[in-house]
Design a protein around this ligand. Structure first.
Ligand code: PGA
Ligand code: ZN
Length: 403
């Protein structure tokens, strides 16, 4: 094993034009890894703390870098991440900042993989892939969105294409792009103005009901053209809709928690939804359990803000039957080890892990490798836009054994 020789940090641009943290790690044997932290807009209250990048970098240089350089073995990710946590000393990483911590954690993993000359997904525990591999993470493609990701658009944050019947990851990625294109044409046909939101999804000036009809039609057309099953998914991001009184406030309707459960269950039936993320508030374990009871046998009820990639919150969800799926965002919890622990706990308890990007992204492709390494059934990458296609194209390269 090779020790970390140097850790350098800098501010770079993310896809929204905000500053984020990038880390470069060099090992003593010349392995190099570079990674950058993404950033959320509809962040959960229980996420690890992101600091202003300049502050995070200064704190990391002071507290973490001296403990890493010349000491930890880059190949021992668990020891690297324990060192980062020890250097920070808080549960929510508020001393150094989860943005600096996750960038370093991911960059060390890449440097370790480079040192021994294997692809990152293999270093992270995955079996070698090649064109013959028949399992791949199905990409969830955001085709229409609103909420915190776009002004004057839908209340529901994300309408997703889920190409469950795609024979391989290439067909799946192109199917999502095609649904995205078809949705744009349909908005045009209906005279609905649509810009694009933070993740490249169409941000139409229309209501949720119209968006459902258009996405449904686009998915059906593309599925017919391509000859495999594509279903619809949602990220309701319901925490952003709910007020202190527990009422879900949509543009033209209000729903009590019970009505919200009924509403989402009816959407699952009407649109045969394959996937529903954050249908309820981040505190609503009981309502998540009620919804999972009703529709969990035929769809994924995924907790994002509910679980925040945190094993303690996930354990509560497992105990309560709240959801049957967990979104995995490494920057939500801070290190790759924490993310892998959450994935392992999920899988051991029949919860589906979904590896995810953030609305603010960079060209970093770590999540593509993490999804393959852990054999995750789904990966949420967006459908179009350079920082989104960076992940999709990396998945295509992995399938082609070309990374
Ligand atoms: P965020 O949104 O990155 O802005 O939190 C993505 C999501 O809610 O899944
Ligand atoms: Zn979400």
């Amino acid at each position: 094993m090779s020790r970390a020789h140097s850790v350098e940090l800098r501010r770079i641009l993310d896809s929204r034009g905000n500053a984020t943290v990038e880390a470069d790690v060099l090992t003593e044997d010349g392995g190099f890894g570079r990674a950058a932290a993404p950033a959320g807009a509809s962040t959960g209250a229980y996420e690890a703390v992101e600091l202003p990048p300049g502050e995070a970098i200064a704190a990391a240089r002071r507290l973490a870098v001296p403990r890493l350089e010349g000491t930890v073995h880059a190949g021992d990710q668990r020891a690297v991440d324990a060192t980062l946590r020890g250097a920070d000393g808080t549960d929510d990483l508020s001393e150094i900042g989860a943005n600096a911590v996750v960038a370093i954690s991911m960059a060390v993993a890449k440097a370790a993989a480079d040192t021994i000359g294997v692809p990152l997904y293999q270093h992270l525990g995955g079996a070698l892939r090649g064109p013959s591999s028949d399992s791949f993470p199905v990409p969830l493609g955001n085709v229409v969105g609103g909420g915190e990701h776009a002004r004057d658009a839908t209340d529901i944050q994300e309408f997703l294409a889920v190409p469950v019947g795609a024979p391989n990851v290439v067909e799946a990625a192109f199917a999502n792009a095609r649904v995205h294109g078809r949705v744009g044409d349909l908005f045009d046909d209906h005279g609905i103005t649509a810009g694009k939101g933070d993740e490249g999804a169409w941000a139409p000036q229309t209501d949720d009901a119209t968006a459902f009809e258009i996405v449904d039609e686009a998915i059906e057309t593309v599925a017919d053209d391509l000859g495999f099953e594509i279903r619809m998914g949602l990220d309701v991001a319901a925490t952003e809709l709910v007020d202190d009184d527990g009422v879900y406030r949509y543009t033209d309707v209000e729903r009590t928690p019970d009505e919200q459960v009924d509403y989402v269950a009816s959407l699952v039936d009407e649109y045969d939804l394959a996937y529903v993320e954050d249908p309820l508030d981040e505190e609503a374990f009981g309502d998540f359990a009620a919804l999972t009871d009703r529709v969990g046998s035929r769809t994924e009820i995924c907790g994002d803000d509910l679980f925040v990639t945190n094993v303690e919150r996930l354990q509560r969800g497992i105990d309560d039957g709240a959801g049957n799926s967990i979104l995995i965002k490494p920057n939500q919890i801070g290190t790759l080890t924490d993310a892998v622990d959450a994935i392992n706990l999920a899988v051991a308890n029949g919860f589906t892990p979904v590896i995810s990007h953030r609305s603010g992204e960079t060209e970093d492709t770590t999540i593509a490798h993490l999804a393959v390494a852990t054999d995750a059934p789904f990966v949420k990458t967006g459908a179009v836009g350079g920082e989104r296609t960076a992940k999709l194209n990396e998945l295509i390269r992995i399938a082609d054994d070309a990374v």
